[in-house]
Design a protein around this ligand. Structure first.
Ligand code: GDP
Ligand code: IMO
Ligand code: MG
Length: 492
């Protein structure tokens, strides 16, 4: 008798706003249902936080599934590999006690590599343009451009010294001219104090010898050194490098399930986001096809993560933003300051209607930071920049659902509203544009694990969003830690 064969499926987890929605936490939470976790887009511009057993892991390139013992983690061909960062991350995860070997972490042989000059071009270009984007400086734009130019190198090319050298010599000719023209311009701007963009510190680092490890003002790009170092790193990564497309497809055909962990968010999508203030990859399910090589018929769910108090890092439109970006741009956590006492004072002001927009932003940026380091704390996981904070914009979630086709929503940071009397949310205006509506606030959601245990106002808040967007709710996070999550939501 012919045996019934059950095929596996892919559940995709992605950002519904401008990144940093808490995708890492949601992926970790959904891990039990899958055997494989895969990244398919972006690079080390991403920073995904997972908080498990008292340890906080921040992953940039390694999928969050690495923390789940039973899962195999895949870095698909659509992800740009910065070998230095990847190795650093592997060492850090091993130091934290995780077992990472060739059976646990696999890297696509066809993933493109970011080289030092990609990072240099990224930083220089974004610093000297009239309207900077505020990129993470990871070199993603220039590295993906290398793929478009057909000059980029892939992970498999790291294993061949001659291929490496020839391609880098080609790049050098162009890069040296570029650097000659623009590095002095950048230096002059910094010297004149004319540059006040978000990355001044990055640029200062870049101009210091420490960062220009692979560039010399006299001789240009140090091709020999890059070849030597990158070949060596390639050898170290080699045991992990396979044809990931075939591996994933075979496993799906064996009935194994996959979780795809997208990077960034819908608003940063290179085609459908707020261009030019976007990243250089697609941040929706299309990257399962392009960045993993698996056809869409395998996709079951697309869980869009909604951070209930949204944030944005870098430049670009942010409707409902609390305060002006210019008040926080380029500042560190320390410079912005705030302690627990300030935060409870601000909460009082928020509740009696006297808090300034800047203060509201500060409150949400810092809520919980002093009593629980990882609770709240909206500072970039990749660049440590203060994140811009805004009002929950449901019109944006709706628009992104229209463009990207979510099947479920996952909420994070419900707990940061604890103690807020009135919650303001942006919805469609009947006449035109958006309007602010007020919803009653609530208390005591922090750490709750059952929907019935949160106050009626909190339940109604969740119902409202689900009904407004027409999407079912998959999970509701009530704190940064793995166990702080509600999974038994039932719609009314
Ligand atoms: P990602 O890039 O989408 O994975 O998100 P990030 O890790 O960059 O940022 C999300 C931040 O929110 C991290 O600091 C998480 O620890 C934190 N976080 C996630 N879910 C919750 C939650 O429900 N409550 C609180 N307080 N923090 C959360
Ligand atoms: P995760 O996966 C938030 C933003 C940058 C900048 C713009 C372009 O952690 O959600 P890039 O370096 O990609 O060329 O920068 O995109 N950006 C992110 N913002 N979360 C991210 O990733 C981001 N990755 C890129 O701040 O505005
Ligand atoms: Mg992040």
């Amino acid at each position: 008798m012919k045996q019934e064969h059950k095929q596996g499926y892919i559940d995709v987890v992605g950002g519904s706003q401008f990144g940093d929605e808490g995708k890492g936490k949601v992926v970790d939470q959904m891990g039990e249902q899958a055997s494989i976790g895969a990244r398919t887009n972006g690079a080390d511009n991403a920073g995904h936080t997972v908080d498990v057993n008292g340890k906080t892991y921040i992953m940039h390139l390694v999928p969050s599934s690495i923390i789940n013992d039973h899962m195999i983690s895949i870095i698909g061909n659509g992800v740009l590999i910065n070998p230095k960062q990847l190795l650093k991350e592997i060492y850090q995860l091993r130091d934290a006690g995780l077992k990472i070997d060739a059976h646990k972490l696999m890297i696509s042989d066809k993933a493109f590599v970011t080289f030092p000059h990609h990072k240099y071009i990224d930083v220089i270009k974004d610093s000297i343009r009239r309207h900077p984007i505020g990129t993470t400086g990871s070199g993603v734009g220039p590295a993906y451009a290398g793929q478009m130019y057909r000059t980029g190198l892939r992970v498999q090319d790291l294993f061949n010294v001659e291929t490496l050298r020839e391609a880098l010599l080609d790049d050098k000719e162009e890069f040296d001219q570029y650097a000659k023209a623009f590095v002095p311009k950048l230096k002059q701007r910094v010297k004149d104090g004319k540059y006040s963009g978000s990355k001044l510190e990055d640029i200062k680092l870049f101009l210091s010898e420490r960062i220009i490890e692979y560039y010399d003002e006299e001789t240009g790009l140090k091709v020999d050194k890059i070849v030597e170092d990158y070949y060596k790193m390639g050898q170290e990564l080699k045991p992990h490098v396979i044809d990931t497309r075939t591996f994933v497809l075979e496993n799906l055909n064996l009935g194994k399930n996959v979780i795809v962990e997208l990077a960034q968010g819908a608003g940063l999508d290179k085609d459908q986001g707020t261009y030019p203030y976007v990243t250089a990859s697609n941040c929706g399910t299309v990257s399962v096809e392009t960045g993993l090589g698996i056809p869409r018929k395998f996709i079951r769910n697309y869980v869009a993560v909604v951070k209930l108090v949204p944030s944005r890092v870098g430049e670009g439109p942010f409707v409902g933003e609390y305060g002006e970006y210019s008040d926080i741009r380029g500042k560190t956590r320390k410079e912005l300051g705030l302690n627990r006492k300030d935060n409870s004072l601000i909460l009082e002001k928020i509740n009696n209607g006297t808090a300034t927009p800047f203060e509201i932003g500060q409150y949400f940026r810092n809520v919980g930071v002093n009593d629980d380091k990882t609770n709240g704390g909206e500072y970039g996981a990749t660049t440590a920049r203060p994140r811009r904070i805004g009002m929950l914009d449901l019109t944006l979630v709706k628009e992104h659902n229209e463009k990207f086709g979510f099947t479920h929503l996952a909420f994070t940071k419900l707990d940061v509203y604890d103690g807020i009397k009135t919650i303001h949310v942006l919805v469609d205006d009947e006449h035109n544009g958006k309007k602010i509506i007020s919803l009653p606030g609530f208390n005591n959601t922090y750490g709750k694990t059952s929907f019935k245990d949160i106050e009626t106002n909190a339940q109604n808040f969740i119902h409202f969003i689900s009904e407004y967007t027409g999407l079912p709710v998959n999970t509701i996070a009530t704190g940064p830690r793995r166990e702080q999550v509600i999974t038994d939501y039932v719609s009314r």
